[in-house]
Design a binder for this molecule. Structure first.
Ligand code: ARG
Length: 269
C-alpha cells in the first residue's frame, strides 16, 4: 500500500471508529443486549454456517449422513454459547477460503493450518489444535525415510499444506510439482496409494493415523516437519463474528471443553 493511501485509510478507520462509538452508545447501554443472535454478523440471522471438508478424521468425517469429529463438536459448542444454530456445509477443501471471503460461509473450520499466505485472504481465530505433516507409505515400500522421496510419485489433498510443501521446488525443500498429484480429498489420495498410482501420501498426522488404522498394509514415516496450528477462518471484514467466536473458543479452551472433545477423538498413544 502506498504511504498516502495508508494514511488515508488510517484516518478513515479512525473516523469510522468514532462515528460507530457515537451512534452505538445508545444501543449498547443495555448489557443484556449482548446476545449474538440479535446481530446480523452472520449471513443469515441466528445461523452460523461453517464450511468444512468432511474427509479428515478425526477432525471431520461422515458417520452416515452426519458430519462428526472434533471440529464439528467444538463448532457446536461455540454456536451454543452464542445462541446460534450451527449449519455445517461439506465442500472441497480448496473452496473453503474463497467461500468464506465472499460471505457464502460465515466461517471455515477444517483442521485448517494457519499460514502466511492464507492470512492474506482470511482472518484466523486463536489456534485450538496442532498437526504435523507425515508420510504414509505401503508397509513393504522402499521409501524408508523422507530422504527417499526424491523422484517418487507423491499424493496429497489439493490445496492443503501437505500439497503445498510437496509441490514446492527442491531448493525450498519440496519435490517439484511434476511429482505431486493432488486429490480431491485424503481418502482418494490413500486409495491411489493402495492402487499403486502414487508411492506415498503426505497428509496431517491424525488423519494419517486414522487412514492407516482403517486400511491394511500401510504405515507412517516420521518426519521433522514443523508443527502447524489449526484455527477457524473468517472473512477479514467480519470483525464482529471473529471476536464473538474467538471469545467463545477461548472460553471453551480455558474451561477444558475443547480438550474434552479432543480426548474423545484422539486417544493418547
Ligand atoms: N492442515 C492442512 C491444511 O490446512 C490440511 C487440512 C485438510 N482439512 C480437511 N478438512 N480436509 O492445509
Amino acid at each position: 500500500m502506498k504511504k498516502t493511501t495508508k494514511i488515508i485509510s488510517i484516518i478513515a478507520a479512525a473516523l469510522i471508529a468514532v462515528l460507530c462509538c457515537g451512534c452505538g452508545g445508545t444501543n449498547n447501554t443495555d448489557s443484556t443486549a449482548d446476545n449474538a443472535s440479535k446481530g446480523s454478523m452472520t449471513a443469515e440471522e441466528g445461523k452460523l454456517v461453517m464450511a468444512t471438508n468432511a474427509e479428515f478424521p478425526p477432525y471431520e468425517y461422515l458417520e452416515g449422513d452426519e458430519i462428526v469429529g472434533i471440529d464439528a463438536e467444538v463448532a457446536a459448542l461455540i454456536a451454543d454459547k452464542l445462541g446460534l444454530t450451527l449449519e455445517i456445509k461439506d465442500v472441497d477443501f480448496d473452496s473453503i477460503i474463497p467461500g468464506v471471503q465472499s460471505g457464502k460461509y460465515d466461517m471455515g473450520m477444517a483442521g485448517m493450518t494457519v499460514t502466511e499466505e492464507r492470512e492474506k485472504k482470511v482472518k484466523f481465530s486463536t489456534s485450538y489444535a496442532t498437526g504435523v505433516q507425515v508420510v504414509i507409505v505401503k508397509e513393504d515400500s522402499d521409501i524408508k525415510s523422507i530422504d527417499d522421496l526424491e523422484g517418487k510419485k507423491i499424493g496429497a489433498q489439493q490445496g492443503t499444506t501437505g500439497y503445498i510443501y510437496a509441490s514446492d521446488t527442491p531448493e525450498n525443500g519440496g519435490y517439484g510439482e511434476e511429482n505431486v498429484t493432488g486429490y480431491q480429498n485424503g481418502a482418494l489420495a490413500v486409495e491411489a496409494l493402495k492402487n499403486g498410482k502414487v508411492d506415498c501420501v503426505i497428509i496431517d498426522n491424525e488423519p494419517a493415523k486414522a487412514y492407516v488404522a482403517a486400511n491394511t498394509g500401510l504405515k507412517i514415516l516420521d518426519t521433522e516437519y514443523v508443527t502447524e496450528d489449526y484455527a477457524i477462518c473468517f472473512a477479514k471484514e467480519n470483525t464482529e463474528l471473529q471476536k464473538k467466536v474467538n471469545d467463545a473458543l477461548e472460553a471453551l479452551i480455558a474451561d477444558g471443553s475443547v480438550k474434552q472433545v479432543v480426548d474423545k477423538y484422539i486417544k493418547a498413544d
